[in-house]
Write a protein that binds this ligand. Sequence first.
Ligand SMILES: Cc1cc2nc3c(=O)[nH]c(=O)nc-3n(C[C@H](O)[C@H](O)[C@H](O)COP(=O)(O)OP(=O)(O)OC[C@H]3O[C@@H](n4cnc5c(N)ncnc54)[C@H](O)[C@@H]3O)c2cc1C
Length: 390
Amino acid sequence: MDSSFPDFLNLEERYTPIEKGVRKAARAFVQKEIEPIIADAFLKGEFPTSIIPKVASLGFLGPTLPKKYGGMDLGDIAYGLMLQELEAGDSGIRSFVSVQGALCMYPIFRYGSEEQRMRWLPQMAKGELIGCFGLTEPDAGSDPGGMSTTAKPTEKGWEISGRKMWITNGTLADLAVVWAKHSETDEVLGFVLEKGMEGFSAPEMEGKLSLRASVTSELVMDKVQVPDANRLPTAQGLGAPLSCLTQARFGIAWGTLGLAIDCYREALQYTKEREQFGRPIAGFQLTQAKLVQLLCDITGAQGMLYHMGKAKEAGTLTHQQVSMAKRVCCELGIRAAREARSMLGGSGILADFHCQRHSMNMESVITYEGTHEVHTLILGREITGLNAFS
Ligand SMILES: Cc1cc2nc3c(=O)[nH]c(=O)nc-3n(C[C@H](O)[C@H](O)[C@H](O)COP(=O)(O)OP(=O)(O)OC[C@H]3O[C@@H](n4cnc5c(N)ncnc54)[C@H](O)[C@@H]3O)c2cc1C
């Protein structure tokens, strides 16, 4: 499929050679390594672990971190373009990379000691250690402050008990950043749990109809003894996990934009080739209206993310702006996938094409990292000054 997209905002002349280079590398990776295998992986419900050394060798794990910790010191627009290409491949692949980088390496980098950074980050960047992020619980999803996982101080460290669910990469992970409440003060604290710790297990959740090429797990913690050396020392309060979510949501917005572009491209190519009533279906006004609506909405989202990327690089991006980006781009992604599916007719439901897989994946992506409704409430609070959460 033609990998280009109309550049109505002339963004190409603004992207730096590094940004274009990262995008090119990610696109080539997806074409060579993901597209040939993803339909099968999705149908089987398997995350293709064989890609881990490849994404690591491209520097895609934690790329915005300093080189000292295995990162590439990459700017935020280059990072966004990388995720855009990966999610055009599949949301499961982008989720793996986002969780490793933004939800496991980032908290260790931001809230960990220098010793902890050096202990884990370089190996995580090489894909030798896989991480996950355990915040959501069976009874605490949109309201993570309602978590019941506890960390009880002991003579040697901490005793952690509780259950997390919906944890991406969980069963694969060597390390889990787990958020728990101090048993006496209720303050939210962050810990790094390691595979093999007694009382810690991560069974995979079965039966997903979405994000099938991704591992989703429970984390079960039964009086796990965790040394104080595994507590992230500066993570104090719910703001710490929420700051990690802001990091990841920025990337999700770029990723879902890539998914929408992939759907647009697939629909354009198909409708130009498919003939009904003696002419290509792209020649019908209703089809053109669908394509043009997607073109306009994708172009608007590209402009928004470019500016937000610049703001992030300047250190001025707010979490409310990130909520808007996540909300807009996820809504666009799910709509693009459904519109593309309609333009492909019956063929659209086949795994040979991308749009139905993207549509199913979007049901997870629009839910995790703050549902569409949660981001609506964040923005509603911002413009009215009134809290509609509870
Ligand atoms: C595939 C997948 C992977 C995930 N990966 C991770 C991960 O790696 N780590 C992790 O910690 N979590 C992960 N999650 C969990 C995800 O973040 C939660 O599913 C999400 O936060 C929603 O929580 P919930 O499913 O409990 O739904 P609920 O919070 O129970 O929400 C159910 C519905 O009620 C709505 N709702 C809730 N509160 C309000 C309100 N105040 N006003 C209006 N509507 C409201 C929601 O918008 C939603 O529509 C993952 C989820 C999925 C599906």
